[in-house]
Ligand binder design. Structure first.
Ligand code: AMP
Ligand code: ZN
Length: 148
């Protein structure tokens, strides 16, 4: 390897390190990174949504094609394709948010209970490729079909 090749390799390694650093900063700041994704656009405030709750790493807003009044989506602020990509370190905050949203829907009288649903992959019905959790209020005899 001649001097020029060595130099190029060094520069490539520096760029890689910078990119890794930038990604971890993005993660820390909860900044999403997919410019075309509809849920990233909602997180960035570029597309309007009925936002109802925000935690450090998640945003909750109303589904615009609700299965029931109050149908809420919880999405990570960072772009992850589906829940398989969500780091386990966010699991506790995610569960906390699911509980808060669900209990709030009950307190508001939207339901007596709720379904928590997650689609992973097209075959399951996942349409938006940004991880999200459906929280759907339920009332006795509402006629909605539970998935499980
Ligand atoms: P899924 O089938 O699990 O991918 O669910 C995607 C959900 O996102 C559907 O229930 C849609 O109604 C909802 N959705 C898509 N675009 C928007 C949007 N701009 N604002 C609110 N909800 C949306
Ligand atoms: Zn996204």
């Amino acid at each position: 390897m001649d001097e020029a090749e060595k130099r190029i390799k060094e520069i490539e390694e520096r760029i890689k390190k910078d990119e890794e650093g930038l990604n971890s900063l993005r993660e820390e700041a909860g900044v999403s990174e997919d410019s075309e994704c509809i849920f990233c656009k909602i997180v960035r405030g570029e597309v309007p949504a009925d936002k109802i709750y925000e935690s450090k790493n998640f945003l909750a807003f109303l589904d615009n094609n609700p299965k029931a009044s109050g149908h809420t989506l919880i999405v990570p602020k960072q772009h992850y394709k589906d829940i398989l990509d969500i780091p386990n370190s966010l699991a506790s905050e995610m569960l906390d948010d699911i509980k808060k949203i669900g209990l709030n829907l009950i307190n508001e009288g939207k339901g007596d209970g709720f379904n928590v649903a997650v689609n992973v992959g097209e075959s399951s019905g996942q349409v938006v490729e940004h991880a999200h959790i459906h929280v759907i209020p339920r009332k006795q005899g509402d006629g909605l079909k539970a998935i499980a």
